[in-house]
Ligand binder design. Structure first.
Ligand SMILES: Cc1cc2nc3c(=O)[nH]c(=O)nc-3n(C[C@H](O)[C@H](O)[C@H](O)COP(=O)(O)OP(=O)(O)OC[C@H]3O[C@@H](n4cnc5c(N)ncnc54)[C@H](O)[C@@H]3O)c2cc1C
Length: 398
């Protein structure tokens, strides 16, 4: 039976719990809010299936294959504005739904808990748009995928690379009617931190919160997307990566799942059909897409992906790029983040301190932060943010 000695050896995909024929594996949250398998030894029959499907035990090699690469922007302005980058995911999802298929992805529930669910109509697709910077709970989604695949329906499943390899191993055989989409992933933050941050925001805003975007393009566009909070359609909070305390925690690698610091899924050649990620430096490749509305980098990993990609032509503005150029040593594709030296004390404090005091201790709102926020916003307002960012990148040769 599966046995987790070191937390870093479990990515929390839930393949083991989904496959267990006796339902004796429950995914249970630890002190940091991350899910791990909890096995009922009394009902376990030691069939070994949980170990057979574990993507951490059965690591897939990075074996070269033919790839194609594109920069993509969705032609639908609303989809584009709601999506994290270029809205490529929605284009695939719509095509699957137009062919009577089912789309799985990460969505908020009514309490803003992030979990994998499915939709079978375009009206609900908005729920998957925009990256949720918190680990999603895959719950019983792998079992559901298998059921729908066996009904001969087309299925698209999107998620982090570990979740995609988890599903791939869970299924144990290829399906022609399955399309796998993985997002290049920096790391997944703690659901416990997210829950506490939400409590804090609910208190501070004292308004009903009905939508949250981790990457809100309103009001400054794609290059300075911020965490935006909404009440009845009105934006009531927006702060960027320099000033929002949750984003600051995420981007300083203090709140990630332990397995993210030694991630086995950072590689070029993946089990998915499509690998998708951001492209902030689109000006390096193409002028016409450089409009601050968002561009998705798309790497086609299979022939199936290539066939599907050309069916999406009407929905997209795109340019083909050499795969090497598109990847260009993109660090989140290949390197795990370095764990923050104060990670342990941060999680101890989250569990013992008031969340406001805890965030103020590690991420104080001081004059320097206020000045950085002011500078960025002013540069955006007078229209020089892009120019300054591009020049800084050129100067630093990034
Ligand atoms: C946790 C996380 C970290 C990321 N880190 C990076 C990075 O470091 N660099 C980079 O270039 N890109 C990163 N991305 C990918 C990027 O944010 C966009 O998802 C990508 O550019 C595709 O955008 P889109 O506009 O085509 O699709 P979108 O409309 O944004 O949809 C993308 C898909 O992401 C899935 N998704 C959203 N949140 C989660 C989640 N918590 N877990 C699993 N799946 C989820 C949804 O199911 C949806 O199908 C990350 C994404 C996530 C979720």
């Amino acid at each position: 039976m599966i046995h987790i000695d070191r937390k870093e050896d479990c990515c929390g995909c839930g393949a083991c719990a989904n496959v267990c024929p006796k339902n004796c594996i429950q995914m249970t949250a630890d002190k940091e809010g991350f899910l791990y398998p909890n096995i009922n030894k009394d009902t376990c029959v030691d069939c070994g299936l949980c170990e057979k499907v574990c993507p951490e035990i059965n690591v897939e090699p990075d074996t070269p294959k033919v790839q194609k690469a594109f920069l993509v922007q969705n032609k639908d302005e609303q989809v584009l504005s709601e999506s994290t980058s270029g809205g490529f995911f929605t284009a695939i999802a719509e095509c699957v739904l137009e062919n009577d298929g089912v789309v799985f992805g990460a969505a908020f529930d009514e309490n803003f808990y992030v979990k994998h669910t499915f939709v079978d109509n375009k009206k609900e697709l908005y729920r998957f748009r925009n990256s949720k910077y918190v680990q999603s709970d895959t719950n019983d989604s792998y079992k559901l995928v298998e059921k729908v695949l066996k009904e001969d329906k087309l299925v698209c499943y999107s998620g982090t690379p570990c979740q995609i390899e988890g599903l791939y191993h869970y299924l144990r055989k290829p399906y022609d009617n399955l399309i796998l989409v993985d997002v290049v992933c920096r790391a997944v933050p703690s659901p416990l931190l997210w829950e506490k941050y939400l409590e804090l925001q609910s208190k501070k805003q004292s308004k009903h919160i009905d939508n949250i975007k981790f990457r809100d393009k309103n009001p400054y566009g794609y290059r300075y997307s911020q965490l935006g909070i909404y009440s009845f359609g009105e934006q009531i909070y927006n702060k960027g990566v320099e000033s929002d305390q949750y984003l600051r925690a995420f981007f300083s690698n203090i709140c990630d799942r332990p397995s993210c610091y030694k991630c086995n899924y950072r590689k070029r050649y993946r089990v998915s059909d499509f690998t998708i990620w951001d492209c902030f430096e689109v000006y390096k490749y193409d002028k016409k897409l450089d409009n601050n509305k968002g561009v998705t980098r798309v790497l086609l990993q299979t022939k199936k992906a290539e066939t599907l990609f050309y069916k999406l032509e009407d929905k997209l503005t795109f340019v083909e790029i050499e795969p090497e150029k598109l990847i260009n040593n993109f660090k989140e594709m290949f390197n795990s983040p370095a764990e923050h030296e104060r990670r342990d004390s941060f999680f101890e404090d989250i569990n013992t301190m008031d969340i406001k005091d805890c965030l103020d201790k590690y991420y104080p709102n001081n004059v320097k932060i206020a000045a950085m926020k002011f500078m960025r916003q002013t540069m955006c307002k007078i229209g020089i943010y892009d120019f300054v960012k591009k020049s800084a990148k050129k100067f630093l040769k990034k």
